[in-house]
Design a protein around this ligand. Structure first.
Ligand SMILES: Cc1ncc(COP(=O)(O)O)c(C=O)c1O
Length: 436
């Protein structure tokens, strides 16, 4: 979209941003550029493209025209300045944080994170000499107390999984900025339709596009979006990777050469290029197909989840329901503030506990075996409604203490409410609860 165009509404942006049909074929839908590499008009053009003096395609590990449409559309939906599409959400989190924190640096992260991110930060990053302090995301002073001179980022999820805790994004942003570091938010569960994290002070958004962005459970992908709010140039000594001459591309530092796009240029030309977790053209195409209906799907996901949560909450066969649409939820006020279009469709409920882990597991298994519409699958954000048992599946490597700290019992079950008729979902759960 030319700079002179007024910003478009969300529904228009999700369908059109990043794609303008071009001759000779003018495809209405973005084309799939299924080519590993691209021919140069001349050796001089090749030299200029390699030196980043000229825009243009080189090799699909670094950039691909179909992926570029996806990147531009996600940047527009999040209100950002640039984006990098990658192979998975895990790659998005890893690359965004590696571009900020190097060996000897430090990150402050919420302890209520997706398990794969806990593994990445607490194990792999620790092994690379990047220290991470995990804090209770609801405790403002814990964020500030964890800050060190080497701290380079704050990291949290806008809505957590499996308990659907809604982050006080503005509070954490304020603490991050007081410490002189950007706030990176994993916005996977909310998506920019339920929450534009930039509006609440976040600086970088990351997504597992595998989930609601694609929405059909048929393509893995991730994206890093620079929201353009953090001024890396204000403290150049703190960000040598952006301010000092960039050895692999002659002609000065990235901030000097690419301004607002410096951070994403670093993500792409160093971390995506060197580590190789690139998004394929076919993957980007599938994610774009999903994006076209994001607002419609999220509205249905949210309203169905609220209906299922209300049913479970009123049912005496259920011990507890962790959904922020319920007035009893500690995160109800945050949901009203940050998720006015609808709360999360990923949430958990607890069956009554027996006091014995094996008996609790057996009870959860009996319920899952009885379900006929809801499916036992380790994923979220699918068109299908999925159930998981965190203690034996996604969180199975946690110690009993870590599980207790995370509020996960052996009777906790996670739902990701899909796009089926909510009456069928409620009837399915209702029948299954009878077998307990
Ligand atoms: C909140 C969140 N972030 C990141 C990821 C990792 O995404 P992916 O599976 O696409 O690598 C997940 C996966 O479940 C997730 O739930």
């Amino acid at each position: 979209m030319p700079d002179s165009c007024p910003p478009r509404a969300f529904a228009t942006t999700q369908v059109q941003a990043g794609h303008a049909p071009t001759a000779p074929h003018s495809p209405a839908v973005p084309a799939i550029y299924q080519s590993n590499a691209f021919e140069f008009p001349s050796l001089s053009d090749a030299r200029d493209r390699f030196a980043l003096r000229q825009e243009g395609d080189i090799y699909s590990r670094a950039a691909n025209p179909t992926v570029a449409v996806f990147e531009e559309r996600m940047a527009a939906l999040e209100g950002g300045v640039a984006a990098a599409g990658v192979a998975s959400g895990q790659a998005a989190v890893a690359l965004a944080l590696l571009a900020l924190a190097r060996t000897g640096d430090h990150i402050v992260a919420a302890s209520q994170l997706y398990g794969g991110t806990v593994d990445l930060l607490g194990d792999t990053f620790a092994g690379w000499g990047i220290d991470v302090t995990f804090v209770d995301q609801d405790d403002p002073d814990a964020w500030t107390a964890a800050v060190r001179p080497a701290t380079k980022a704050f990291f949290a999820e806008s809505v957590t999984n499996p308990l659907a805790q809604v982050l006080d994004t503005a509070m954490v942003a304020e603490r991050a900025h007081a410490a002189g570091v950007p706030l990176v938010i994993d916005n996977t569960v909310a998506t920019p339709y339920l929450q534009r994290v930039k509006d609440h002070g976040a600086d970088i958004a990351v997504h597992s596009a595998t989930k609601f962005v694609g929405g059909h459970g048929s393509a893995l992908g991730g994206v890093v979006v620079d929201l353009g709010t953090f001024d890396f140039a204000a403290d150049p000594a703190k960000w040598p990777q952006l301010s000092e001459p960039y050895a692999r591309v002659p002609g000065g530092g990235l901030l000097e050469r690419f301004g607002a796009k410096a951070f994403i240029t670093l993500v792409k030309t160093k971390y995506s290029h060197d580590l190789g977790p690139s998004l394929s053209a076919m993957g980007a195409f599938q994610l774009l197909q999903g994006l076209e209906t994001l607002d419609l799907r999220m509205t249905r996901h949210s309203s169905s989840a609220a209906a299922v949560a209300a049913f479970l909450d009123a049912d005496p066969r259920v011990a507890a329901v962790h959904h922020p649409s319920l007035a009893s939820s500690p995160w109800h006020a945050n949901a009203q503030r940050y998720l006015p279009r609808g709360a999360a469709s990923v949430f958990s409920f607890d069956l009554p506990a027996t006091g014995d882990t094996e008996a609790d597991f057996a009870r959860a298994e009996r319920l899952i075996q009885a379900l006929q519409v809801v499916r036992l699958v380790a994923n979220i954000g699918d068109a299908r409604t999925l159930i998981a048992h965190p203690a034996s599946m996604t969180h199975s490597h946690m110690t009993p203490e870590q599980l207790a700290d995370s509020g996960i019992a052996w009777t906790t079950l996670r739902l990701s409410v899909g796009l089926e008729d909510p009456a069928d979902l409620i009837a399915d759960l209702d029948a299954a609860l009878d077998v307990l």
